[in-house]
Design a protein around this ligand. Structure first.
Ligand SMILES: [Cu+2]
Length: 325
């Protein structure tokens, strides 16, 4: 038995012997010992959850510094979100971005054509929305009319660039009451059909680096070449990590298009994928002034898996029937 484990039992004995609270145990245990225990606990939890850890699983355990899973970062915080409590009710959705002093922030920098991008998604990856609330510059309150279409737990992201140029994505969870029907986890999907458009995404996500992704838009089997600029590009792609809904950096290729420019049928992006695992992707694109959203699900391969070897992982059925480009 390790010293730390013996100390642990000794600590537990103290609690029993003195009938004390956890606060007493903490008070008599040196801080460094407590730190050792919590590290050991974390290691135990990983081991028991994953069993024998394979290289590909260990890639998923790599520490990463992702955006969008915290309500505070880089000196900013997203305050409580006011929103309709139940599905189908209409009122305002509103919140403030707060600075280190807890004061509402009233000055922002424009990025992708807007001062703040609001993304909402249900915990199961459905009910995605990407919208742009209005700022009341007097109070720092962002708001817009709002109705939830379905009950459940949602993550609400605020993606903005502060006046000092810091790009931040903060989020909060919010529960919406009503009849809740969770959807089963989505499988890998590289195609979507929305409003008569067929959209395909190609490219391989690789953990720990930047991956090139290309979307291809057709309508009735014909390439769509009338993609209009939307949010500073010919499409806006958001990627969320399944499991914690971390928010990834995705950049559109090319210079910012001007009004009146058209493009298509292909649009290229670079996505930074922190870990192996499954990712949910949402593409907003605009044709004839209408914005449509296509959804995809991709798996990121572990970094080690592709290094140097020629043995590619076996193709899934979905990939096998997907003609090369
Ligand atoms: Cu936006």
């Amino acid at each position: 038995m390790s010293t730390a484990a013996r100390l642990g039992i000794y600590g537990a004995g103290l609690v029993l012997a003195f009938g004390g609270t956890f606060a007493i145990a903490n008070a008599v245990v040196p801080d460094d010992a407590a730190a050792t225990w919590s590290q050991r606990d974390m290691a135990d939890h990983r081991g028991s959850a994953a069993g024998e850890v394979t290289p590909s699983q260990s890639a998923q355990h790599e520490e990463d510094d992702v955006m969008g899973v915290s309500l505070a970062r880089s000196g900013f915080a997203i305050g409580p979100i006011e929103a309709p409590a139940a599905a189908g009710e209409t009122s305002a959705l509103s919140f403030q971005i707060l600075d280190r002093d807890g004061e509402p922030v009233t000055g922002f920098d424009t990025a992708h054509g807007k001062d703040l991008h609001l993304i909402t998604v249900r915990a199961d990856g459905t009910e995605y929305r990407h919208v742009h609330p209005e700022l009341d510059p007097g109070t720092g309150t962002w708001s817009m009319p709002w109705t939830w279409d379905a009950a459940g737990s949602y993550r609400v992201y605020a993606d903005f660039t502060a006046a000092d140029g810091t790009a931040v994505t903060l989020s909060r969870m919010i529960d919406v009451t009503g009849d809740f029907e969770p959807r089963p986890a989505a499988g890998v999907s590289q195609r979507d059909s929305v409003s008569g458009f067929d959209v395909t995404i190609s490219g391989e996500l690789e953990a720990g680096g930047a991956s090139e992704l290309t979307v291809d838009v057709t309508r009735d089997g014909e390439p769509v070449t009338e993609l209009q600029p939307y949010l500073g590009a010919f499409g806006h792609l958001v990627a969320l990590r399944q499991g914690d809904l971390a928010y990834l950096h995705v950049h559109a290729h090319g210079d910012e298009p001007q009004a009146g420019d058209l493009a298509g049928p292909e649009v290229a992006f670079t996505a930074e994928t922190p870990t192996a695992g499954r990712y949910l992707l949402y593409l907003d694109f605009r044709v004839d002034g209408q914005v449509h959203t296509a959804q995809f699900v991709l798996d990121a391969s572990p970094r080690e898996g592709g290094a140097g070897g020629t043995d590619e992982p076996a193709e899934t059925e979905d990939e096998a029937d997907h003609d090369g480009h």
